[in-house]
Ligand binder design. Structure first.
Ligand SMILES: NC(=O)c1ccc[n+]([C@@H]2O[C@H](COP(=O)([O-])OP(=O)(O)OC[C@H]3O[C@@H](n4cnc5c(N)ncnc54)[C@H](O)[C@@H]3O)[C@@H](O)[C@H]2O)c1
Length: 276
């Protein structure tokens, strides 16, 4: 893998004030990209931009609520004013606060305001950023758009119904973008992300829950932000030049085994029968 595969490119990463977005921004910068750190939390965005600058990169932070069309338009204008172009858009931001998670429940108990907020940030926000970033990419007939999605956008679960529906919709939005601008050099892909918590987030999860999740991964361990960021860098770069309209899954095999696999393993262990 070439070390500086994004030299001279300009990348916008939304929700880059922390979590996976911040790690993706750091990794894209390490590959030579100039980075716009976009987040509703301006202070967090500023810190990440300063960190990238201190490491020898070139970062701009823009406090933006991506659910606002006026703010997104101004954000892309600020990026172009500073860096002159847009090559990569990573639609990473999502509303995932504790309060939102508590209100975004099963459908019968859904808080409709939480539903609307999930759609406004996760779905409309990504569409708005794509609308204005792709206009810039078209000027150079080249660009890569990435949509952060989730296994919850493809498989049913007990809660987070609005989040899940917004993520499923992003998989389709990505295909629309790929279909509409592919001949003009724009690629678009969804990245279906599995559980990739920061190291320090493991402690906040109950141990039995962590064990269930570990058992359901085909890899020895859960994912890390760096493992996701490396896939983002691949999708952003020319290494993926023939990949478009796809949903790439980075989830340690969580969504690719039979639903009975873990129970079968436990049964084999109990009875002493030989499994594969
Ligand atoms: N971490 C995981 O294990 C995991 C798993 C599956 C999918 N994902 C997806 O990856 C992405 C990042 O997840 P994360 O765990 O790093 O989340 P996070 O909550 O740590 O980060 C999300 C960021 O988005 C920002 N944000 C929220 N609302 C915004 C708005 N209106 N405008 C601009 N910024 C806004 C937040 O301030 C925050 O910095 C999300 O799209 C999420 O759905 C993450």
């Amino acid at each position: 893998m070439s070390e500086r595969k994004l030299e001279g490119r300009v990348a916008i990463v939304t929700g880059a004030g922390g979590g996976l977005g911040a790690e993706s921004a750091r990794v894209l910068a390490s590959h030579g990209a100039k980075i716009a750190i976009v987040d509703i939390n301006g202070e967090a965005a500023r810190k990440v931009a300063e960190e990238i600058d201190a490491a020898g990169g070139d970062a701009l932070f823009v406090r933006t609520d991506i659910s606002s069309e006026a703010e997104v338009k101004a954000m892309v204008e600020a990026v172009v004013a500073r860096f002159g172009r847009v090559d990569v858009l990573h639609n990473n931001a999502a509303i995932l606060s504790v309060e939102q998670r508590q209100r975004d429940r099963d459908v019968v108990n859904m808080d409709v305001d939480a539903w609307d907020l999930a759609m406004a940030v996760n779905l409309r926000g990504a569409m708005l950023c794509t609308k204005y970033a792709v206009r810039e990419m078209l000027k150079n007939q080249k660009g890569s758009v990435i949509f952060a999605t989730s296994g919850l956008g493809a498989q049913g679960d007990l809660s987070l119904s609005a989040y899940a529906a917004s993520k499923a919709a992003l998989m389709m939005l990505s295909k629309s973008v790929a279909s509409q601008y592919g001949k003009q050099g724009i690629r678009s892909n969804a990245l279906q992300i599995g559980l990739a918590p920061a190291e320090n987030a493991h402690d906040s999860m109950p141990a039995p829950l962590l064990q269930i999740l570990r058992d359901n991964h085909l890899t020895p361990e859960l994912g890390t932000p760096r493992q996701i960021a490396d896939v983002v860098a691949f999708l952003a770069s020319d290494e993926s030049s023939f990949v478009t309209g796809s949903t790439l899954v980075a989830d340690g095999g969580f969504s690719s085994h039979t639903p009975s696999l873990v129970a079968m393993k436990a049964l084999f262990a109990q009875t002493g029968a030989k499994s594969m």
